[in-house]
Design a protein around this ligand. Sequence first.
Ligand code: FNR
Length: 367
Amino acid sequence: MKSLFDPVQVGALHLSNRVVMAPLTRNRSPNAVPTALTAQYYAQRASAGLLITEATAISHQGQGYADVPGLYGSEQLAGWKRVTHAVHERGGRIVCQLWHVGRVSHVTLQPDGGKPVAPSAITARTKTFLIEDGGGSFVPTSEPRALDASELPGIVQDFRNAARHAIASAGFDGVEIHGANGYLLDQFLKTGANQRKDDYGGSIANRARLLLEVTRAVVEEIGAGRVGLRLSPVTPANDIVDADPQALFDYVVRQLAPLGLAYVHVVEGATGGPREVEGRPFDYDALRRAWREAGGKGAWMVNNGYDKALAQKALEHEADLVAFGRAFIANPDLVERLRANAPWNPWDSKTFYGGGEKGYTDYPTLK
Ligand code: FNR
């Protein structure tokens, strides 16, 4: 029987256990550069089998929030190098979540103050996070412009370049493509944000095209054994919705299966909210079966609202890895606490986004 504390081989990565730190945006990278404090934060959590970094922009255009890190400039890569070094010194493994926010952005964060880009010119009824005069605030996202099809190869190339730099310059063990939570790739996938009339809109095959092109490019660049993908079939995060998510994601995982990805990471339900979304039923077992039937051999990673009991149940029922988000913010030694059945420190949501050490590197360990 699988246990959370088993070592496991995931693609090219040997993990010391099945406990994963979920990607968590913390808005503590001024000028998009991770700092020494960032390195300390991740190193504190290196006993996880795998750390997935906070979402990291692949390009300036891919930026949508204040003080989130990037992976497209030499200072950013040097900042990440310090992080991966600190994690590796502690025996941890770390992959970088590759991010393009699409329409979830603000003109003040875009190159030359331009409009954010999207599959279609439909504004997301959601908020982004800006830091002005030292204080953070949530503000409505700006109206986007629809990408011209001629711009899409450039975005694929940005993902490819980011993956190469992640491995070759920043020292990551792999990357996770962010296909979840209503950001660019999810916007292309879903009918609520994609009303295109070209080869990237309309049918499921067309809406899945950009995600598949990006994934194939990244796999070609760094090898499938170092690539994971995050999906969130029914999350309403960032005002996203699809008319028929079961058919859409069944198609997506069947297409992905032959690529040999290290893992597929599924957010079950509303990200950070209920595991069942009203009016949006979804069969995750059927999704996993579709992936396996089509030859998917990588690990199946689950996330959203897990505690130890639910995680152990998921492992007994076909999951290979369990990602914990908020619990890892508040418990740097989460693996140890899970092992010892020790209580968790509660998280403080006021210090999730922005700020310094408080609520970042100062949560106590058991010892
Ligand atoms: C998140 N989440 C998230 N997801 C993602 O794919 N990339 C990201 O950068 C972030 N950032 C982020 C920041 C903060 C402060 C929170 C609380 C959440 C979602 C996260 O990875 C996870 O899916 C949810 O937190 C649900 O898992 P838990 O917390 O119930 O284990």
